[in-house]
Design a protein around this ligand. Structure first.
Ligand SMILES: NC(=O)c1ccc[n+]([C@@H]2O[C@H](COP(=O)([O-])OP(=O)(O)OC[C@H]3O[C@@H](n4cnc5c(N)ncnc54)[C@H](OP(=O)(O)O)[C@@H]3O)[C@@H](O)[C@H]2O)c1
Length: 306
């Protein structure tokens, strides 16, 4: 997408962290949209997609920008997660500063993108938006802290929907590169359950949550079909013509990424579906080929390749 027209009419939204999901949300928003990023290059890229780019680095000791137009009474989508750098003193400092900045802009409606890691290890069980959080590792714990911070800061100031997501995928974020390069490892035989969400389905979920009739609250957006990871990997290998990757024990995986393999949960988006939302890509069987098709469209394979 390039040189898209900037949208002038309608309710404004600020996508605070216009990264992978943020950009999809911004592209789906029907009204004026601002997207923040720290990078000059990314800002130019956002502008060419009709998104008003705002360069902002939170908790970086830099002055924060003033938006050229008022967005008071408008909406915001917060996409930044806890800072996972090993030497960071406060993993939520950027989130806190971003929230204060949004409050100063007069935002009255927020969707915060969170993660199903708040549920901890579910041992193959189902989690719904009503399931109590039970973080069992650093990643889940930080995420619960972040959700609490967002809720507390916005209390009495803004409607808030917290949208918990499983693994995000879409063009540029599939396991294709790792499989084709022989870098993928199937941990513990890939027997654990998981879900995915196609990036465009996050965007439609966010748009629905920002409709007037929604009261805010906790939500899960995920595809329709929990799967065992090995089945998804086998599907991908068959399509890409790759051999199944080697199996490795959990103990061989760096500690910080073990939680991704230990969640072992089946996610249920019924609460969101009751609002009329449904994923356009109900499982990886539809979503992965769509993502690969778009990747090929953007960067066609060289002659002799797939
Ligand atoms: N990836 C997954 O599978 C997955 C699964 C469940 C939940 N989630 C969560 O869902 C959310 C969205 O994920 P995503 O993959 O779309 O995220 P992403 O592409 O990494 O985008 C995050 C955005 O936050 C901005 N940001 C981060 N720290 C910042 C700071 N200190 N100051 C200013 N901006 C900052 C980044 O800015 P720049 O543009 O400058 O980099 C980027 O635009 C995240 O919270 C993620 O943890 C992800």
């Amino acid at each position: 997408m390039g040189d898209a027209a900037v949208r002038e009419q309608g309710r404004p939204v600020v996508v605070c962290g216009c990264g992978y999901s943020g950009r999809a949300i911004a592209e789906h928003w029907p009204g004026p949209v601002w997207g923040t990023t720290r990078s000059e290059e990314r800002a130019a890229d956002l502008e060419s997609a009709g998104i008003r780019a705002v360069q902002a680095a939170f908790a970086a000791g830099e002055p924060l920008p003033t938006l050229p137009e008022s967005v008071a009474g408008g909406a915001a989508v917060l996409t930044m997660g806890p800072d996972r750098s090993p030497d960071v003193r406060d993993p939520h400092a950027a989130l806190a500063e971003a929230l204060d900045w949004l409050i100063r802009q007069g935002i009255t409606d927020v969707v915060y993108l969170s993660s199903t890691s708040v549920y901890g290890r579910s041992r193959g069980g189902e989690v719904t938006a009503a399931t109590p959080v039970n973080p069992e590792d650093e990643m889940g714990l930080r995420r619960v802290e972040a959700e609490t911070l967002v809720r507390d800061r916005l209390q009495g100031r803004s409607r808030l929907s917290t949208l918990r997501l499983p693994g995000i995928y879409g063009p540029g974020r599939t396991i294709r590169q790792r499989l084709e390069a022989g870098r993928y490892r199937l941990v513990e035989g890939g027997t654990m359950f998981s879900n995915r969400i196609f990036v465009d389905d996050i965007a439609t979920a966010v748009l629905r949550l920002l409709d007037e009739d929604v009261r805010g609250g906790i939500w899960i957006a995920c595809d329709d079909e929990p799967f065992q990871v090995r089945d998804m990997v086998r599907f991908a290998c068959d399509h890409l013509g790759c051999p199944m990757p080697p199996e490795v024990p959990l103990s061989s995986v760096p500690e910080r990424i073990r939680p991704f393999w230990q969640g072992n949960r089946r996610c249920n988006a019924d609460r969101l579906k009751a609002l009329g939302w449904a994923p356009r890509w109900p499982s990886y069987r539809e979503g992965l080929p769509e993502a690969w098709r778009r990747e090929d469209e953007e960067q066609p394979p060289a002659e002799g390749e797939r």
